[in-house]
Design a protein around this ligand. Structure first.
Ligand code: AHR
Length: 499
């Protein structure tokens, strides 16, 4: 790549204007019964030679603890609106075997069900985020699931739970009433879904001290009418948030483009497309502001990430794709957008956890590898529950083929111990960009950091070469009085800590 002159960006960090908290739930993840996310990725069964705890992979548990995953969405996705939770409880040998019609037509033996999922959540220290079935389920079925999970007393469902080995109820907060009900979740109109939501949500009870945080199915992409209809027709005492789903596609739904082996022009286009998330959140928030100026209802981007063509030779229904430095940049850019919109964005879930779409982990047999996106989540976890610091700057442009996008995105926060963290993405592969930040209301004694960078935009980790892309200590940040200077390498993700 030809070298271009270095650019200098002036930035102001307004730590004296802190107002909002970045919810840790922006760093959520998603595990669906799809391809090898659950089976092979999380669950190998108790009799597997792969080291496991009650059937759950030990290597995956150890890796995920590094990310402090705040919540995990399950069982789908589209799978959720075909899932009947009673199929996944009781002795595993007696659970029904069925076809996973959405994802590859493979046999689903229900060996990973409610108890196994909640065991996994406890092992990795995350909060469960469950999606109930509206599309093909009943109000009674959903209501009984809530009772089974959370009722502490004598009742048919609480008794059944105890019979299945769990005496105490679980604490369940996140509860989605259906998934993509405008599409795979029943092809409903917005008005019809809003009525269905009111019915289903009525019978999802708060038992004892358990308080459900109910999430209504929100729009797919730019369906602003859906947001408008939901906000107009569902009373705010019945819902805590609405969801938003948006994937970054390089091409279109027919030809999505390869996950590796792309050109710089493909790289540029994919990044340009991912920046559309900023417009989507702004416009959906503007609609929500009209109905809910006090921001009682949150926006939860509970499906986002890149979606490419599956790797050649793999099952098209399994959505397995490699993950490169391009994906790392995309993860960092979206997380910066969510942080900066934390007034309304209360959560997000990248799709998906393991072996599916923009995964943070790949597994194959007993092998495991961390993707570039894993390292971004590890670098950015410092923002969880930290106070957002407003920043202002004008990014230099990354120009290619007569088009341009901002080269730099950033977000900043102060954590409970007073440390300040700034995360940057620098998309321009041809030059270093120097940021000179004036620090307002900051008292810091030193600076350190972490960087994710690679010579090739297409660099990725494989089972044979698992450490082609991994984070390293960042030494190019300097602090002098109240000015911070950061030299961002070409095509990099950087986290800087002021302590
Ligand atoms: O994440 C893959 C699929 O994408 C989910 O099942 C669905 O909700 C979305 O369309």
């Amino acid at each position: 790549m030809p070298a271009c002159p270095q650019a200098i960006v002036k930035m102001t960090l307004n730590a004296d204007q802190i107002a909002d908290t970045i919810s840790r739930h922006i760093y959520g993840n998603f595990s669906e019964h799809l391809g090898h996310c659950i089976y092979g990725g999380i669950w190998v069964g108790e009799d597997s030679p792969i080291p496991n705890t009650r059937g759950i992979r030990n290597d995956v548990v150890a890796a995920l603890k590094r990310l402090a995953v705040p919540n995990l969405r399950w069982p789908g996705g589209c799978f959720a609106d075909e899932y009947h939770w009673m199929d996944g409880i009781g002795p595993r040998g007696t659970r029904p075997r069925m076809i996973n019609t959405h994802w590859g037509g493979v046999v689903e033996d229900n060996s990973f069900g409610t108890h196994e999922f909640l065991d996994f959540c406890e092992l990795i220290g995350t909060e469960p985020n469950i999606t109930g079935n509206v599309g093909s389920g009943t109000v009674e079925e959903m209501s009984k699931w809530v009772e089974y999970l959370t009722f502490d007393g004598v009742s048919p469902m609480a008794n059944l739970r105890k019979q299945n080995g769990r005496e105490n109820p679980w604490k369940i907060k996140f509860w989605s009433v259906g998934n993509e009900n405008w599409g795979c979740g029943g092809n409903m109109t917005a008005a019809f879904y809003a009525d269905q939501y009111r019915r289903f949500a009525t019978y999802c009870r708060n038992y004892g001290s358990n308080k459900l945080y109910k999430v209504a199915c929100g729009p797919g992409g730019d369906d602003y009418n859906w947001t408008e209809t939901i906000m107009k027709n569902i009373p705010f005492n019945m819902m805590d948030a609405i969801s938003l789903h948006h994937y970054t596609l390089f091409g279109n739904w027919d030809v999505k483009g390869p996950a590796t082996g792309f050109t710089e022009s493909d790289y540029f286009t994919t990044l340009q497309k991912t920046l559309y998330m900023e417009e989507l959140i702004t416009r959906h928030s503007t609609i929500m502001d009209r109905y809910d100026p006090k921001r009682k209802v949150g926006l939860i981007v509970d499906e986002w990430g890149t979606w490419y063509d599956v790797e050649p030779g793999t099952n098209p229904g399994f959505l397995f794709q490699q993950s490169t430095m391009r994906d790392a940049l995309i993860a960092g850019m979206n997380l910066n957008i969510f942080n900066n919109h934390c007034k309304r964005v209360r959560g997000a879930n990248i799709a998906q956890l393991i072996n599916v779409l923009q995964a943070v982990i790949f597994t194959e047999g007993d092998k495991m590898v961390l993707t570039p996106t894993f390292y971004v989540f590890e670098m950015y976890k410092v923002h969880q529950q930290a106070a957002l610091i407003p920043i202002s700057f004008k990014s230099p442009e990354y120009v290619l083929n007569g088009q341009s996008i901002p080269a730099v995105t950033a977000s900043a926060s102060r954590d409970k111990s007073g440390r300040i963290h700034i995360t940057f993405t620098q998309a321009d592969p041809h030059r270093e960009i120097e940021v000179s930040a004036e620090l307002m209301g900051v008292q810091a004694g030193g600076v350190t950091g972490t960087v994710l960078v690679s010579k090739e935009l297409t660099a990725h980790n494989t089972f044979e070469k698992p450490e082609q892309v991994k984070s390293a200590v960042f030494n190019s940040a300097k602090l002098s009085k109240n000015t911070l200077t950061v030299k961002l390498p070409p095509a990099s993700v950087v986290m800087v800590e002021l302590y």
